[in-house]
Ligand binder design. Sequence first.
Ligand code: SF4
Length: 346
Amino acid sequence: MEAKVRPELARKKAMLLSGGAVKIPSDFRLPFLPSRSTAGPGAGSTAVVFAFGNTRAKKAISRDAGEFDLVTGGGKLQLWKDGNVFIDDVQLVPTLLHAPYQAFVNIDHACIYNCRFCNSPRLGHDVTKNLTDEKIIEMVLTASKSEGFESVAFTSAVSESPGMTVERMARLVSEVRRRLPGTPIGVEPYATRPDDINLLKESGADAIKLNIESFDPDIFEKVCPDRDYATILHMINHAGKVFGKNRVASNIIFGLGETDETVLEGTKVLANMGAVATLRALRRSEYNLKTLTSVLGPLVPVGPDRMLNLAKGQKRIFKEYGLNPLEFKTMCHACLSCDLVPFYDV
Ligand code: SF4
């Protein structure tokens, strides 16, 4: 299957995703509120999704400084880099809740674990949303009335125990399934028992994301010291049987000092379980860089070439195993904003 994005624009997306913030002119009024995520690679930053040439990229924005500049003029928007036009015609895409066209809710960002790359537990109390179940359902129902609404997803940190978080997520899924019967629902839990997976499926979830984070076991142990590598793989394997092919996704973060071979080997192991790897370049931030380098040593920033090469390798593996990320109706593969998506961007 051919990509839906021209190669030169896929490279620009890779450059954008691996580059710094977008500077917005001080007098430019965004047509909608920007995304203030408490989960995902941009957690803690203010971000906007930029669409261009059939694809999109979510970028941190700043009024003060940036590697890219948003330039207005002639009735259109452009992105500039180093004093030259970088992308000629960009549109700003509203995020319903966190993602375009999706109500993707982080139900809790307080966390008992200490994954070194994750910004959520390090966010200050000003972003604490203290969401009750009632409030979350109200937010989802309000979003469902917006133009372009397509799907719902839930993610969560683990504030007390993984089991309790899964139970809460399952209650929310049941309620959304009852109120919005035809809407695709995705879940991104930290599951520790096969029963967790079964419960979420029985509650009405259509797709699940269980993140292995790094396929290098030594790196995993350093960056996720409180979580268990073997348990996550076991959960992915079980989810492959319960949810089926192209319904299970798993983040593999690259940029933590692992080799490309490890990333692609991980993609293959997951594919063999029917799971679709989401290859995600590490987002370095003021929140995570110091902690990460203290356990991993200096880290080489991910550049566009590595991103593109891994996405092409990932596509070859998906072809071999008959997987397709475009089958997902919720979460990151449907959102397209943070990674190069095989069969779409490359
Ligand atoms: S790709 Fe995933 S993490 Fe990024 S904005 Fe979309 S849903 Fe959030």
